[in-house]
Design a protein around this ligand. Structure first.
Ligand SMILES: [Fe+2]
Ligand SMILES: [Fe+2]
Length: 213
């Protein structure tokens, strides 16, 4: 798989550089990271006003909603792990006496979360990224290429979590629960990082060039 990096040059022609992407499906979970050090900074939009920047915060608001959902799921996971001795802040999450029922419920919530996050990324890839990529004669092509590469990593994690969730629902063992829990926790940390980068660095461009998303 190849990722296109097309930073604009001074004369506004486009340099096309291709980077090989590893086959993510063969990598161990801990290797599915975002290479944060390689994140480019987008060019400033000198014409953007505070109103544009304010408008550009729409993406952060959408992300907050998804992060709250993930935090809820994370609390359910912690409650299941705590078993009969939950800490005070988890006591409001009531579990079934049948632990296999709890494990199946966690699997089912993970499956739902995967579908919701896939939809969010599909919308970004189909609508927001192309519009930002085209804005300012390709000024943002490099950052969009990086965001697309990060989506590949998130996508691989969503596929793995969805499969692990199905296995847990079909066979609610401690082993299957442990696998789904490990992928969920890794996904949550990757998503937080990706959302933070995307919403911060695209805010000005969204507000100025797109108006709404
Ligand atoms: Fe994204
Ligand atoms: Fe996003």
């Amino acid at each position: 798989m190849l990722v296109q990096l097309r930073p604009p040059t001074l004369d506004n022609s486009i340099v096309v550089k291709t980077l090989p992407m590893p086959n993510l499906s063969t990598l161990p979970l801990t290797a599915l990271t975002l290479d944060e050090a390689a994140r480019p900074t987008p060019p400033p939009v000198p014409e953007a006003t505070d109103q544009h920047r304010q408008q550009g915060k729409q993406l952060a608001l959408i992300h907050r909603h998804y992060l709250m959902e993930m935090a809820r799921l994370s609390a359910v996971l912690a409650r299941i792990e705590a078993g009969d001795a939950p800490p005070e802040h988890l006591k409001r999450i009531v579990l079934s006496l049948d632990m296999s029922e709890n494990l199946r419920a966690f699997g089912s919530l993970c499956g739902q979360e995967c579908r919701i996050l896939m939809m969010h990324h599909d919308i970004e890839a189909a609508d927001m990224f192309p519009r930002i990529e085209a804005a300012g004669s390709g000024l943002f092509a490099e950052i969009v290429a990086k965001l697309k590469a990060e989506h590949e990593v998130v996508h691989e994690l969503l596929i793995r979590l969805d499969r692990a969730a199905d296995a847990l629902i079909a066979d609610p063992t401690d082993e299957n629960f442990g696998k789904a829990a490990a992928i969920f926790r890794h996904l949550e940390s990757v998503i937080r990082s990706h959302f933070g980068y995307e919403e911060t660095e695209l805010a000005e461009a969204i507000g100025y060039y797109l108006g709404h998303i």
